[in-house]
Design a protein around this ligand. Structure first.
Ligand SMILES: C[S@@+](CC[C@H](N)C(=O)[O-])C[C@H]1O[C@@H](n2cnc3c(N)ncnc32)[C@H](O)[C@@H]1O
Length: 426
């Protein structure tokens, strides 16, 4: 990953980039960070980067010219997601950091004074990010927070995948309390459960403490998890583009049983729609005939009335683009959640995805959960996904489940209720 930072105080980054794990990561080539002085891009010879605000008021505002030219020159050769650090931005969350860690390039723009001319935020930056509801003197410390949060998620950055997975926010919960030697420190003993050596007991204790800590410190996070049932989503069984044995993209053929099962899965877990996606007209017509049959055949309805309920959610689509266009008719924004049997860098656990997806305004956004037939979703589709879900795994290395089984497990993990009423999503 390459990160360019635009600042009027480049020296602030010397210590940050020269120490600790970030320095090691840069040395190992996991990330390059170039810090650039905004004053080098000014057209005036005094290197002036600020001016008085139109309409009057206290302080100075950063002028648009040096920032626009700096961003344009950095994006000349290849695109880069451009982020303006700003207290008015959307919050930097673990989910956002994960999303950014999948980018090839980032530009971080650090404001100063009373802020940055609004035209930079609107026409040059892709988004504004805030590191918290407080005002800093400048965006430099905020940019460092972004760099560090993103860096930790780069494959190979920490050297141990597990320490990342169990951290605060990864499952929408705060981390459990940690203790180290000595067992008794000035009269304060380590909880007995951690000394028991029973892995199951330790796991349960940690889980409970994690929930308790979150309830005490961040009840809003628990609310988000509970609100997960409100996530608006559809499911799509993709027959193109999917991977063939050699990884190249191909079209797979519809299995009629999939249409039945997909409709029932969608209906059970509350999907807006269940799409069978194929560009082959004849195959779509086949599914449409099945849908028509269920809808119109009274004898079937008499045998099993539920079939006619499930079929309500089933649709066909030529492509994922058509699915997205259909969903746009229901929501302001459509996002793609990809599933895969493989271990994809940056893939997220179901709980982490749920916690973040549930935090967004209901009715604003619809997720399309993509399931691939054949050897899984095609590369071109994986590359378009906003988020990838970590694979379902069992006892060993082999995890090539039939798509009907994998989709059932995944939907249950994302939206299913547990045996304990009231604790469904904890
Ligand atoms: C003093 S602040 C400007 C505050 C602005 N007048 C306001 O009230 O929103 C100067 C710069 O610091 C950075 N900054 C301050 N607080 C921040 C925060 N919480 N998150 C990200 N950036 C921040 C931004 O780049 C901002 O342009």
């Amino acid at each position: 990953m390459r990160i360019d930072v635009l600042t009027i105080f480049p020296a602030m980054f010397d210590g940050f980039l020269g120490e600790s794990l970030v320095a090691k990561g840069i040395e190992k080539g996991l990330m390059t960070v170039d810090v650039r002085d905004i004053r080098d891009f000014t057209e005036n010879k005094h290197g002036k980067v600020d001016d008085a605000p139109f309409g009057g008021g206290a302080g100075m505002v950063m002028t648009p010219q040096p920032l626009a030219d700096a961003i344009d020159s950095l994006r000349k050769d290849s695109p880069a997601r451009t982020i303006l650090l700003s207290p008015r931005g959307k919050p930097l969350t673990q989910m956002k950091a994960r999303e950014l860690s999948l980018e090839k390039r980032l530009i971080l723009v650090c404001g100063r004074y009373e802020g940055v001319d609004e035209r930079i935020a609107r026409h040059w930056a892709d988004e504004e990010l805030s590191v918290g509801d407080f005002v800093l003197n400048g965006g430099e410390v905020a940019a460092m927070a972004v760099i560090e949060a993103v860096f930790r998620l780069l494959p190979g950055a920490l050297g141990c995948g597990d320490s990342r997975r169990e951290e605060s926010f990864e499952e929408g919960l705060l981390e459990y309390p940690q203790y180290t030697r000595p067992e008794n420190f000035r009269g304060h003993a380590v909880p007995q459960e951690l000394l028991s050596g029973h892995h199951k007991q330790i796991r349960e204790w940690r889980r409970n403490e994690s929930i308790k800590k979150t309830a005490e410190m961040r009840p809003d996070l628990l609310e988000k998890r509970r609100g997960a049932a409100k996530i608006s989503f559809s499911i799509a069984l993709v027959h193109y583009p999917v991977a063939g044995k050699d990884g190249s993209e191909m079209v797979s053929s519809i299995t009629t049983l999939d249409a039945h099962d997909f409709a029932r899965l969608g209906k059970t877990y509350g999907a807006n729609r269940a799409y069978m996606v194929t560009p082959v007209d004849e195959q779509r017509r086949l599914v449409e005939r099945i849908i028509k049959h269920w809808r119109e055949d009274d004898s079937l309805r008499r045998i099993d009335g539920r079939k006619s309920l499930a079929v309500e959610v089933l649709s066909t689509a030529v492509s994922v683009d058509e699915v997205m266009a259909d969903a746009m008719g229901r929501s302001k924004r459509v996002r793609l959640l990809a599933t895969s049997a493989g271990k994809i860098p940056g893939a997220v656990q179901p709980g982490a995805w749920r916690a973040t997806a549930a935090g967004r305004a209901a009715g604003e956004e619809e997720w399309i959960i993509l399931f691939g037939t054949a050897y899984g979703l095609g590369k071109s589709l994986m590359a378009r996904a906003d988020c990838v879900l970590s694979p379902v795994e069992g006892a060993g290395e082999f995890n090539h489940l039939p798509v009907r089984c994998a989709s059932a497990i995944i939907l249950d993990r994302l939206f299913g209720r547990s045996e304990k009423p009231g604790e469904e999503l904890i």
